[in-house]
Design a protein around this ligand. Structure first.
Ligand code: TLP
Length: 345
């Protein structure tokens, strides 16, 4: 039985070209700054994000942590949305390792924070109050189902951040999906933020890695924090080589994943017992609410039939399209899902 794995785009396998590039990569000790392939990847990433410099990290979670450690002091407060990856899925890292308190604001169905609420949450100067060290946005928004923040919204938050002298960080793990959805260059989304990270190991299919981007001084300090959390890598050019192929070859094909997600979502919406808000299906993620049976049971039964999905833990399942999932796989998955839903009481 062929397993159709829709749990995440993190399950993507490296392409043959990536494996060749890894094999042939010229490497050095990156902690000394001497890995030419890492240096090349970092320069490419900075250029793609319109920032001065970039830092190759192990994962999106490490980029988010290092961004928090670098922008904030211990005892600062970081503003983020209640469904953000930073708050929801990163084991409380900025709090436990950075001594940074998270100030949680509700986000709407698209992952947006209310600009007025953001402004109101920024702390004034008072002996009792923790200083606001950072405001975070996520684009596309994972738990909202891959929804995209447009440039004018990011600009509105950036104006507030600048007015109060607080840096604005963008968790852009899937930033190229957002750019492709909007039909714009990713720099249009990053020009309003102080720093941004994006992942190589999701839809771009590289095996490992994320890039944290910002101005040269920020990246110099971030490099020290990456070392502090044990993320200084040595001959990391082996990994960076795959990342270079990812940036050069895998960005434009994300449109195919979006088309497959749309096809999947439109068909899921027709299945009795499931509901999908099609307005929220903008990139490669489909969040579907299970209204007949339980999400956990549906997830388990699908897995038995060879269709893997992930559980968002609130009655919704998440299905993600990616490199390696063809239109025919989506059609097969839909057939399995229809059968499983028919059996739910
Ligand atoms: N998200 C993973 C899981 O952790 C949920 C996934 O399967 O989608 N920011 C965003 C917006 C993310 O979606 C993720 C990964 C990360 C950061 C963290 O990246 P990694 O997994 O590389 O640490």
């Amino acid at each position: 039985m062929k397993v159709i794995d829709l749990r995440s785009d993190t399950v993507t396998q490296p392409t043959p070209e990536m494996r060749r590039a890894m094999y042939e990569a010229e490497v050095g000790d990156d902690v000394y700054g001497e890995d030419p392939t890492v240096n090349r990847l970092e320069a490419m990433a900075a250029e793609r994000m319109g920032k001065e410099a970039a830092l190759f990290t192990v994962s999106g979670s490490m980029s988010n942590l290092v961004a928090g450690l670098t922008h904030c002091q211990r005892g600062d407060e970081m503003i983020t949305g209640a469904d953000s990856h930073i708050f929801y899925y990163e084991v409380g890292s900025v709090a436990t390792l950075g001594g940074v308190q998270i100030r949680l604001l509700p986000n709407d169905a698209y992952g947006r924070l209310d600009p007025k609420a953001v402004e109101a949450a920024i702390r004034g100067i008072n002996l009792h109050l923790p200083p606001t060290g950072l405001i975070c946005l996520e684009n596309p928004h994972n738990r909202c189902g891959g929804t995209v923040l447009p440039p004018d919204y990011i600009e509105s938050i950036s104006e507030i951040a600048q007015r109060h002298g607080v840096p604005l960080y963008l968790d852009g793990a899937r930033i190229f999906n957002a750019a492709i959805y909007l039909g714009i260059d990713a720099r249009e989304l990053t020009k309003y933020v102080t720093s941004v990270s994006f992942c190589l190991s999701k839809g771009l299919s590289a095996p490992v890695g994320s890039l944290l981007c910002g101005d040269a001084d920020f990246i110099r300090r971030a490099r020290k924090n990456r070392k502090r959390v044990g993320g200084g890598m040595r001959q990391a050019g082996i990994l960076a080589a795959a990342g270079i192929v990812a940036l050069e070859r895998m960005v434009n094909r994300l449109a195919e994943d979006h088309e497959n997600a749309r096809y999947l979502a439109e068909n899921l919406a027709e299945i009795p017992g499931l509901s999908v808000d099609l307005a929220l299906v903008q990139t490669n993620i489909v969040a579907v609410r299970v209204e007949k049976g339980s999400a956990g049971r549906v997830e388990a039964e699908l897995a038995k039939e060879g269709v893997k999905v992930s559980n968002l833990g609130d009655g919704r399942l998440r299905l993600v399209t990616h490199y390696g999932i063809e239109r025919a796989d989506v059609a097969t998955a839909l057939k399995v899902i229809r059968d499983v839903m028919r059996r739910q009481g």
